[in-house]
Design a protein around this ligand. Structure first.
Ligand SMILES: Nc1ncnc2c1ncn2[C@@H]1O[C@H](COP(=O)(O)OP(=O)(O)OP(=O)(O)O)[C@@H](O)[C@H]1O
Ligand SMILES: [Mg+2]
Length: 243
């Protein structure tokens, strides 16, 4: 679905990604794990067009998207759910979801999007219960659901999820990850999942990449990567053998 070759990304003179090669396969969940500052968010921003980058990012029918603006990338069906959710606090749940349609609907569009909204509400009934509530007053888990719901409103084919579990309680994380799997299996979306929670990410994803200081150091089917000695030592530690 997406093939990345020799990708570099920069913040001024800082080189945050140093020649990344990776493939995100259609219909799969691919995860990217790595410690703080490794460049995980930068990799997602490079795909969605939100930072300076060079190299090639081929999407679907061999179109190179590495020079496109974020708006154009979103219109092609790649939607980024950023780290920290970034819901619009002063808008209601429903209005936040409406914002998600802008890439195909336009600001003054008149096409109906009731069907999309019903589908999101069916996936996250808690959002339906709170449709007229201002988003600042949602819990962290509900805000994450809203951020994902808003992304789903944009007709995506690929979802880029940046640390959806951040700051959430274990039960909420479990519920959220069930929904992520449902979005992959039932909605048929291809997902690139960035996570600090390496154990959960590798349990969920088909294929895993490990990013360290701007380089991919390990990759493979998740079951294999989970038994890699370096990954056990650095990312799983004492939890390696627990379920
Ligand atoms: N806007 C910015 N300006 C300058 N440097 C930045 C900027 N954003 C990120 N960096 C630097 O780029 C590197 C990679 O950052 P990035 O946010 O991609 O890491 P990360 O793996 O997502 O970390 P975390 O797990 O903490 O979210 C870091 O060294 C960081 O300091
Ligand atoms: Mg990050």
């Amino acid at each position: 679905m997406i093939k990345i070759s020799n990708l570099h990304a920069y913040y001024g003179t800082i080189e945050a990604l140093k020649g990344i090669n990776m493939e995100i396969r259609k219909g799969q969940i691919t995860c990217l794990i790595g410690s703080n500052g490794a460049g995980k968010s930068t990799l997602l921003k490079s795909i969605s067009g939100a930072c300076n980058r060079s190299g090639s990012i081929m999407y679907k029918d061999n179109a190179d998207i590495s020079n496109l603006s974020p708006q154009k990338v979103a219109r092609l069906g790649i939607t980024h759910v950023p780290e920290g959710r970034h819901v619009f606090p002063g808008l209601t749940v429903k209005e936040n979801l409406e914002v998600g349609t802008i890439n195909w609907h336009g600001f003054f569009g008149r096409k109906p999007y009731q069907k999309e909204m019903e589908e999101v509400f069916a996936l996250f009934p808690r959002l339906k219960e709170r449709e007229n509530q201002l988003s600042w007053s949602l819990s962290g888990g509900e805000q994450q659901m809203l951020a994902i719901g808003r992304a789903l409103m944009s007709h995506p084919e690929v979802l880029l999820l940046d640390e959806p579990s951040m700051g959430l309680a274990p039960l909420v994380i479990a519920e959220l990850f069930e929904k992520i799997v449902e979005i992959n299996k039932e909605w048929g979306l291809t997902i690139l999942l960035v996570e600090q929670n390496a154990k959960l990410a590798m349990k969920t994803a088909d294929y895993t990449y490990v990013l360290e200081r701007g380089n991919i150091t390990v990759e493979g089917p998740s079951a294999e990567v989970r038994s890699n000695d370096m990954v056990i030592k650095s990312y799983l530690g004492k939890f390696a053998n627990t379920k």
